[in-house]
Design a protein around this ligand. Sequence first.
Ligand code: ARG
Length: 585
Amino acid sequence: MIGKLTALLSQAFVSCGLDPRHSRVIISDRPDLGQFQCNGALAAAKALKKNPRAIAEAVIAALPDREIFSDISIAGAGFINLTITDEFLASHMREMTGDGRLGCLKSSQPKNVIVDFGGPNVAKPMHVGHLRSTIIGDCLQRLFRFMGDNVTSDIHLGDWGLQMGMLICELKRRQPELPYFDASHAGPYPGESPVTIDDLEEMYPVASARCKGDENEMEAARAATAELQQGRPGYRALWGHFVAVSVSALKSDFGRLGVSFDLWRGESYYNDRLAGMIEGLKAGGHAQVSEGAIVVPVSSPSDKKEIPPLILEKSEGGYLYGTTDLATIEERTGEFHADLVLYVVDKRQHLHFEQVFRAAKIVSFARNAELEHIAFGTMNGTDGKPFKTRAGGVMKLKDLIAMVTENALERMRENRIAEDFDESERQSIARQVGIATLKFADLGNHRTSDYVFDVANFSRFEGRTGPYLLYTAVRIKSILRRASDEGLVPGPILAPTVPAERELMLNLCWLPEKIRNATAERAPNYLCDFIYTLAQVFSRFYQQCHILREEDPAVQSSWLALLQLCLRELELVLSLLGMEIPERM
Ligand code: ARG
């Protein structure tokens, strides 16, 4: 709809000799004055130093297809307000109904997009930053795919850091007889892992506390990490087990969240090329030695704050987080021809990405790709501190999912939902409702804000929550099922006769713009706002229009078609948000 109206305005602008870029139509922020508005007369007038009202009048006079409008007016300094006829609105609804993409066009120039998200660290507990990255990143990969871009998602595992040396030392202390620790052992090493995921989860906090409390232990862990990175065979073999065990646990946790990645590359993947990369950068004059370290200076005279150089290699040897990130960019623009790389990472890593992106441009690894840090705030608990599950300490994704599922079951009992379903169906609904609770809470506010995850609040079946939205979609499904049992079928959508019906139709029109804006601004909360309003508008419509009791069969089948369209929009948006809808509740 917005596209159609903008095209008409654009013709009018051109025939008045004005720049058509100003012809964009938007959803009105004053519905009392009109359903849509175009503010472009002001900008056009400013450019020509003319009176904006006069420009607006000329544009209106030149507007083609006048018959689709029931009202056109000018407000204030030159805002054009537009209201369309009910017949045109209905014909647009019929068109959407016949379109598999509900009026959403694909991008005219699909891009190669890499979404770097999740980023958990092997053998280390996940924290809320990883959780948020996973939820937001997954939504973005779904949005870009829907828009027709060629998306590759990469988890960029932290599998190469100091935690590995700590674990190696910890296992050596416990089982020194294992062949991995015998430097003279020539291999091969056992194919089976000496540790399970439970062992790793138990070992890491112990090892980390030991190193923090004792400088010698820390030194030993650092040395083991360095040996691992240099390729000591026993350590490599052991590391391989740690990674495999962790990855299989992560795959099952992420699977439960409904999130998948195309690539499971880790920092280690790039290790072998770091030395060569640094040599090349030194030879090319981009990298230099500073206080013994090898760095790429990235500051610029226009900086308000000093931006320190990106350190590639420490004075005592050893690569850093940023070294790997730089190598990763070369790979992404080289191997994947990336046009856009999104890094969905906690906003506290802002400086890191600023340094890495600048360095990538300076050394020409970025090529033509845009590199963007998609920053987000913290998920806090009701105590105002970063969220922890009840057990305290570390947050396990498994425990968090169990907690929201348990809460969903409780709420379902309270609301007598799914009461007489069998146990396995009730459990599967609770899991879907629990995940929706978590994801909607996370995606519902602009990503850069911090928010408080109060499960009591977000698991309610009313208000701005995931469960409410799932419930609304399920309710529509059940109405449609009942209608079909009674032999009623959807028919052509007719012009609205009731205000609530018109309001529903207008809201259904917004879908393509909402999806486009959410993608363009990497802001899933736009989708949350949109479907929450849609659900409310649907409820008003359903209260006022008694579909199953309606006596005029043409009106009744038009209403059924409208419900079906509403359900399709809800289903599409919920799936873009990464939520599954139960068949019934
Ligand atoms: N593993 C990192 C962390 O826990 C996040 C990785 C983000 N991605 C990246 N390319 N740096 O902080």
